[in-house]
Design a protein around this ligand. Structure first.
Ligand SMILES: [Zn+2]
Ligand SMILES: [Zn+2]
Length: 377
């Protein structure tokens, strides 16, 4: 990173709708009012990044990629009150506006005023530009595949300095989504029978959440032996190969259906089969994100007749400032083995290889580290 007249330079992984991924040197403006500059120490590679690359969620502008990360506060703009230079922080990709009806009611995950989903800062601008001075936009308001980011204070969550940066990065998205789906969205009672379809970063986090609250059984389904083995390590009581087992029949024959079934892939076929895995009165929770515009079909008679429910879950119905420190505390107390979700750790410039692994369903969660972070870890 080099100081230049008008800002700070940073290596970043960008996505251009015409050209795809690129590694380029970008310029960051100084943090404006209510903004914070964070030096990224670790950033996770998530399906939401892949959805952009695949064109599942079309974008009309070049982005700085990445949205789950941790780092240290390097600079603060005017009127920043809650964080100081040197603080260790986790970034939350759903920076709430703080003013809408849902924010006022404490349901920040349903914020209707956030600009994060438009890939801009809260005032509709970006702090990033390319070598020619053209704007580059922050993916989900962050753009964490970069040495440094400029983000609103509302996206920054201070965490204990003992928390490893790699774990902190995953707390920004996948872990908080998965555990939140269990404890916030579905509020699964102790002893409930449960099924998790898909054991990527979010699915394995759901398994950990179910273990934490004392669900039984915890049935995990996936097509990968490696992921099923990890699910068993993290608390799954049964593992099913989804490519060779009829999961619906298995759940009905062995348990008369489950109380709670979670879909953590965003695959239409598994979403459609989910209500069939439930016991009467059971709840299906849709956590995995599909491409936009897809439709799924359900059996409405079965749903009404058997009193079954389907819940949608975004970001684990989490309030970042409440849930992220809570989960960090449970990790530090030895009650949530969050570090076990981390597969490969690579330098930032290998983002493409990490995304290719994710597309092929290979390995556990990938974490990228900017070259500037290496010395600190
Ligand atoms: Zn994510
Ligand atoms: Zn809001």
């Amino acid at each position: 990173m080099t100081m230049i007249d008008e800002g700070i330079r940073s290596e970043a992984v960008t996505f251009h709708p015409e050209k795809g991924l690129a590694l380029e040197t970008i310029t960051l403006a100084a943090p404006g009012k209510g903004q914070v500059r964070v030096d990224i120490k670790a950033t996770g590679v998530c399906h939401s990044d892949l959805h952009i690359l695949n064109g599942d969620w079309p974008v009309d502008r070049p982005l700085v990629m990445g949205h789950e990360a941790s780092g240290t506060v390097a600079d603060i703009g005017p009127e920043v009150q809650g964080v100081a230079v040197g603080d260790h922080v986790v970034l939350s990709w759903f920076a709430p506006c703080g003013h809408c009806r849902n924010c006022a009611a404490g349901r920040g995950w349903l914020c209707t005023g956030t600009k994060a989903l438009d890939n801009t800062l809260p005032d509709g601008t970006t702090a990033y530009s390319d070598a020619d001075g053209a704007p580059l936009w922050p993916y989900l308001g962050l753009g964490t595949f970069s040495n440094s980011v400029i983000v609103p204070e509302s996206a920054v969550v201070v965490v204990p300095k003992e928390l490893p940066f790699d774990v902190g990065a995953l707390l920004g998205c996948s872990i908080t989504t998965g555990i939140g789906a269990v404890v916030n969205t579905a509020k699964v009672p102790m002893g409930s029978s449960t099924l998790v379809v898909g054991c990527g970063g979010v699915g394995l986090s759901i398994v950990m959440g179910l273990k934490l609250i004392g669900a039984n059984p915890i049935i995990a389904a996936d097509v990968s032996e490696e992921k099923l083995a990890k699910a068993a390590e993290l608390g799954a009581t049964h593992t099913l190969r989804a490519d060779t087992t009829d999961v619906v029949s298995w759940a009905q024959e062995n348990y008369g259906g489950v109380d709670f079934a979670f879909e953590a892939i965003g695959r239409i076929q598994s979403i459609e089969s989910l209500p069939g895995t439930l016991a009467p009165g059971g709840t299906a929770v849709l956590v995995g994100m599909t491409a936009q515009g897809l439709r799924a079909s359900i059996d409405p008679f079965d749903l009404a007749d058997q009193g079954k429910s389907i819940l949608g879950c975004n970001y684990g119905s989490s309030v970042a400032r409440v849930d992220i420190p809570k989960l960090a505390g449970l990790y530090l107390a030895g009650q949530l083995p969050l570090d076990q979700l981390i597969g490969s750790v690579r330098p930032l410039h290998q983002a493409q290889a990490a995304l290719d692994d994710l597309r092929r369903g290979k390995g556990l969660r990938s974490v990228l580290r900017p070259a500037t972070a290496a010395a600190d870890l």
